[in-house]
Ligand binder design. Structure first.
Ligand SMILES: *Cc1c(COP(=O)(O)O)cnc(C)c1O
Length: 454
């Protein structure tokens, strides 16, 4: 598996992105390890000699097969890579949207070019604009912040807790009369505590946007993530679950949100197919973007969607095996998982007493070739220079020029709890193709390191 450093895509200015995969890079393929005949038992330090590396790998590409190839060939042979017309009859994106909505349990799905584009469409769908405040977790990916700023609205940060996601109590504390929405981000394969979040949001009439980019295929009870709030978004970039390299989707069951999102993704106009799905036109044309998904992307995603349950089942089984193997360690504080069955098992996370212990733990796990690291794949937003200085694309941008926008102060004081959580947690990546031997080896290694430190 070619493990490419994510910084090649995001550029050197985003060094904190996806360090887990960085951790994976220094290690090897799980499949290769599985082939080794040496029995890896509890004496892991000697057994470690036989391990060249453990690589969780990128998830979706490990499931590429002739289904993706066949679907791509069909698009090429029909000469119709554009979703609306061509010499053939393009149906890939159309079918993908129908099947994705069915899978997620929503009335509508819209395919777009990225998760970031999906956020822009969802924020537009909710009618968010200048004067509005949107609550965003202090630790998440840039796009949750930029989508709010691009809409001219004001991002207000709330802390994360031991779910590694939005702290419902801090969410409620941050609500004002101007709060229009909250972005509940399901980070690192684990879900937000959706019961209190939904209850607080409904009580204060705040819309809920679920960002499921890092938890595609996750669920909460019987409901798929993305279908619980008013609108949900997904990313199909390579670091997520199912993938087409780049891509995204918006889901909702609300026709007005759907029509506004569909309009925004296509210059502000709307095509018959979206009205056929959602009923009479509820909006007028407004200035939009072009975030249309290509048939090539739709082809790959259609094939990947048919394997999403399998990908998640593999990840979950491995994640559960590792959690089960370490949960009896004395005083261990595991990530709080509001629904452990719904977690997609992207990683295993536990909390040390302080940063020094966390760093020692990560170092020792890495010496054993376990893909361990700090929390990663997101950014501590309130302490970023561009955020502290409230820099938008123009100095007069409405977000930071409203009375409250001028007053608001970002920086470490608005996210102390988040900075503490970030400093104490250790994460170990889980791969969908780990064998039982790898899971056992990781469990033994964590047990050994934990006991030697605590
Ligand atoms: C990846 C990601 C996005 C953006 O998705 P892209 O497809 O990379 O634009 C949004 N939110 C979160 C939480 C993400 O991890």
């Amino acid at each position: 598996m070619a493990t490419q450093n994510a910084s090649e895509r995001t550029g050197a200015r985003m060094p904190t992105r996806r360090q887990f995969l960085g951790a994976g890079c220094m290690a090897l393929s799980g499949a290769a390890l599985g082939l080794q005949s040496q029995r890896l038992g509890a004496q892991s330090s000697s057994a470690a000699a036989g391990i060249s590396r453990i690589d969780p790998g990128f998830i979706g590409p490990q499931f590429f097969d002739e289904r993706e190839e066949q679907a791509l060939l069909e698009v090429m042979e029909s000469g119709s890579p554009f979703r609306y017309w061509g010499p053939g009859k393009p149906t890939k994106v159309l079918n993908f949207e129908e099947n994705f909505a069915k899978h997620m349990g929503t009335r509508f799905a819209l395919g777009v070019t990225s998760g970031t584009a999906a956020l822009d469409c969802a924020v537009t769908g909710l009618g968010i604009g200048p004067g509005d405040e949107v609550i965003v977790p202090a630790y998440t990916w840039w796009s949750d912040y930029t989508a709010v700023v691009h809409a001219g609205a004001l991002p207000v940060f709330a802390d994360i807790d031991s779910t590694l996601n939005l702290d419902p109590k801090d969410f409620e504390r941050k609500i004002t009369s101007r709060t229009k929405a909250v972005i509940a981000v399901h980070l690192l394969g684990g879900l937000c505590d959706m019961d209190p979040i939904m209850e607080i949001a409904r009580k204060h009439k705040v819309a809920v946007l679920e960002d499921c980019a890092q938890c595609v295929g996750g669920s909460f009870g019987k409901r798929k993530l993305g279908s619980i709030g008013d609108v949900g978004i997904y990313s199909f970039q390579i670091n997520k679950t199912m993938t087409s390299g780049e891509g995204g989707a918006v889901v909702t069951s609300d026709p007005r949100i759907y029509q506004r999102a569909a309009r925004f993704h296509d210059m502000g106009t709307i095509r018959g197919l979206f009205l056929d799905r959602s009923g009479p036109d509820l909006e007028k044309t407004f200035a939009g973007e072009n975030f249309r998904m290509s048939e090539l992307t739709g082809a790959v995603l259609g094939a990947q969607l048919s394997k999403l349950d399998t990908m998640v089942a593999h990840l979950r089984a491995n994640g559960r095996a590792i959690y089960d193997g370490i949960k009896d360690l004395p005083d261990i504080r595991l990530r709080h998982r509001p629904d452990p069955e719904g977690d997609i098992g992207y990683g295993v996370f536990f909390e040390m007493k302080d940063k020094t212990m966390r760093d020692r733990c990560i170092r020792q796990l890495r010496e054993k070739k376990v893909p361990a690291g700090t929390l990663s794949g997101s950014v501590l937003l309130p302490v970023q220079e561009s955020v502290i200085n409230k820099r938008a694309r123009h100095p007069d941008w409405p977000s930071f020029n409203s009375p409250h926008g001028r007053q608001i102060k970002y920086g470490p004081d608005c996210c102390r709890q988040t900075l503490g959580v970030y400093d104490r947690f250790v994460g170990v990546r889980v791969g969908p193709k780990y064998t039982q031997r790898i899971n056992d080896y990781i469990v033994d290694s964590i047990r050994e390191v934990y006991k030697s430190i605590v």
